[in-house]
Ligand binder design. Structure first.
Ligand code: ZN
Ligand code: ZN
Length: 321
């Protein structure tokens, strides 16, 4: 399986400003002055090997949308935040003349940042295109319809030309989609959210965003560790620092990097991926959080266990399992 991140920001989209871009260009050029670069190849190597990601790239600003490519003819998407517009623009590898893919969407919950990209999801407008929206909330269809209704949006839901089906999932049962086994788990969040565990051919992807965790509850920890068990990648809501999560922003419905590392290590996860980034954090702040999380993971790694890989998802990131 492959995982592609089309939107990784939490709560609201956050784009770079002209001043942000200028700052990156200035730092790159300053660093390049001493390098004596003379060719395009030198420039590429300098960008790839010498510049920090916060200078050469960006974590991006689109809200939640993650593609899980299980290799078949159909698509699987987790959430349809603003990142789904990018997916529809650049990610339709399986579409085109003579092809008839199904777009399977799994919705963690219907807070606006997780569905706001759908009105700009081009396949929804294509006659005959098959869109299946899966979720555990009874309000799933109503939320999508309301978003398209007057005066929120000019195109009404019933005027969309594709064939759109809503599929209510039972979190207590395993489901099979595109040859992938999918399980859902209810999470602690305003109005509830649901994490999804995708398994195929011994590979496991867990998408667990918009969730706060109570590490004081043994039962809750056991449930989470079981749900995350042996995941090849755990995509985890680490919106806040631990200090924020246990003080000012307690009960705001999101978790922290430290809590995530602890759960991931207990569950034997291989790759822990920070997700749902706080819009206030710029690229430097994000890189600092990644470094801090890696230091914590090294210190807390239990003996005789495989080292936990730690990264922060960015828009455009691809992970091959
Ligand atoms: Zn969210
Ligand atoms: Zn939410």
């Amino acid at each position: 399986m492959q995982v592609r991140f089309w939107g990784t920001r939490g709560s609201i989209s956050a784009s770079l400003s002209a001043a942000d871009v200028r700052g990156k260009v200035r730092r790159a050029l300053q660093q390049a002055l001493a390098q004596g670069l003379t060719s395009a190849d030198d420039v590429d190597a300098f960008i790839d090997n010498e510049l920090a990601f916060a200078v050469a790239g960006t974590y991006g600003g689109n809200t939640s949308c993650v593609e899980i490519d299980a290799g078949g003819d159909d698509y699987i998407l987790c959430d349809v935040g603003t990142g789904v517009r990018e997916f529809a623009t650049r990610g339709l590898r399986k579409s085109g003349p003579g092809r008839d893919p199904v777009y399977n969407v799994f919705v963690s919950h219907v807070h606006w940042d997780h569905i706001m990209g759908f009105p700009f999801f081009i396949p929804a407008y294509i006659p005959g295109a098959k869109v299946r929206i899966h979720g555990c909330h009874e309000t799933l269809e109503q939320a999508f319809r309301t978003q398209h209704s007057d005066p929120n949006f000019p195109v009404q839901f019933d005027d969309l030309m594709s064939s759109i089906e809503f599929i209510q999932l039972d979190p207590d049962q395993a489901h099979s989609v595109c040859g992938v086994t999918v399980r859902a788990m209810k999470q602690r969040h305003a109005g509830d959210s649901f994490g999804y565990r995708f398994e195929k051919d011994g590979k496991v992807v867990v998408y667990a965003t918009d969730s706060e965790h109570d590490l004081g509850s043994t039962a809750e920890i056991d449930d989470l560790v079981g749900f995350f068990a042996d995941a090849d990648i755990l995509i985890f809501d680490a919106m806040y620092s631990l200090a924020e999560a246990v003080s000012l922003k307690e009960d705001w419905g999101h978790s922290s990097n430290m809590v995530g590392v602890e759960l991931a290590q207990r569950a034997g996860v291989k790759h822990f991926c920070l997700f749902h980034h706080e819009p206030l954090n710029d690229d430097d702040a994000m890189s600092e959080i990644v470094q801090e999380t890696r230091r914590f993971a090294e210190l807390s790694q239990p003996e005789d266990t495989v080292e936990l890989q730690v990264s922060a998802a960015y828009d455009g990131m691809e992970v091959v399992l």
